[in-house]
Design a protein around this ligand. Structure first.
Ligand code: 8YV
Length: 328
């Protein structure tokens, strides 16, 4: 009806999520799962008060000025670097993310990627599939140990803490971390993690895992200078965002053996991947799937939908990332 809020679902999502939204709203859904250009997104947003985003739709001042009816953007992602939160606040548009529901699943994947990388699982599987396995040899695909090694975590939020717990309690690792702020003593004890400066972490860790949000300040947290500090035997894992790592510098470091291996779930300019990363053997590449289990993706979609339902129900957003203001 004319009085129901108009919602746009910007990318393909579970039919159940769309059905649920339809109980509350008039919904236009991009069921074709097409990636709209900015102009197409703006065109589809005309007359819409809310949008369900998946984390890659850029919501900036230009879009907001062109979409005066918009009141809320609900991301099906914990990261919200697709939001210009200052511009949204200035326009009185609420942004929400989907935290907590993906923490453990994403930490599981960070560990899986670390192990696949350090133990050369992908590289050796390709070798086997290619029919190259003719005999056992003592030095075939020797990797580096996980148990007892020093695990350095950059970004000690909920997911970083989940990785710390797995490393310390499951694999007897010596966990060090770097973060904008130190954890409480109680959390440090629980995670068995010791705070260190970033340079010390890079110099001493056997494995470095990146779990920081992408902001202008975290752009290229790992570039050529940081890679040069790392041990030549070290492993680097990025499950945070493309742009946290300088992918060109990383590809060069991997090619030249300045670090041993890398596991990457996210890339600068994804879904494009730096061509040099595709030609080095000692890297495990996955297409941004760290939160991809059926229950977790459902929970993320539900939380994004719940934010829209709560907001238009007058209860306020559940997990806002912008100040509590809204367009009149
Ligand atoms: C999402 C993510 O799958 O939550 C995040 O920040 O990067 C992933 O969990 C992706 O953003 C698409 O929703």
């Amino acid at each position: 009806s004319a009085t129901r809020p108009q919602i746009l679902v910007a990318r393909g999502v579970f039919p159940e999520t769309i059905a649920r939204l339809k109980q509350h709203f008039d919904v236009e859904a991009n069921q074709e799962d097409v990636v709209w250009s900015k102009d197409e997104l703006v065109a589809h947003l005309q007359g819409k008060q809310g949008v369900f985003t998946t984390g890659s739709e850029r919501i900036d001042a230009e879009l907001l000025a062109a979409c005066p009816d918009l009141k809320i953007c609900a991301n099906m992602a914990v990261g919200y670097n697709n939001f210009d939160v200052d511009a949204m606040a200035a326009h009185g548009v609420v942004g929400t993310n989907a935290p907590d529901v993906l923490t453990e699943t994403t930490a599981d994947f960070g560990f899986a990627l670390l192990m696949a990388t350090a133990r050369r699982i992908a590289e050796s599987e390709h070798y086997l599939r290619a029919g190259k396995w003719k005999k056992w040899s003592y030095d075939m695909f020797s990797g580096s140990d996980i148990h007892g090694a020093t695990l350095g975590i950059i970004g000690m939020g909920r997911i970083g803490q989940g990785i710390a717990r797995r490393g310390a309690h499951g694999f007897g690792m010596n966990v060090i971390y770097h973060n904008r702020s130190r954890l409480s003593e109680a959390l440090e004890v629980e995670c068995k993690a010791r705070y260190v400066a970033k340079d010390e972490l890079l110099r001493t860790a056997d494995h470095v895992v990146l779990v920081v949000p992408y902001t202008p300040a975290s752009h290229h947290t790992i570039g050529a200078a940081e890679l040069a500090l790392m041990k030549p035997t070290a492993t680097l894992v990025n499950i945070a965002r493309g742009g946290i790592v300088d992918d060109a510098a990383l590809a060069a470091a991997l090619r030249d053996g300045r670090i041993a291996a890398a596991g990457l779930d996210v890339f600068e300019g994804e879904p494009k991947v730096h061509p040099d990363l595709l030609t080095v053997p000692n890297v495990v590449l996955t297409p941004h799937i760290a939160s991809a289990t059926v229950p977790t993706r459902r929970a993320m979609a539900d939380l994004a939908a719940d934010n829209l339902i709560a907001f238009f129900g007058g209860k306020g957003p559940l997990t806002p990332v912008t100040p509590p203001v809204a367009r009149a």
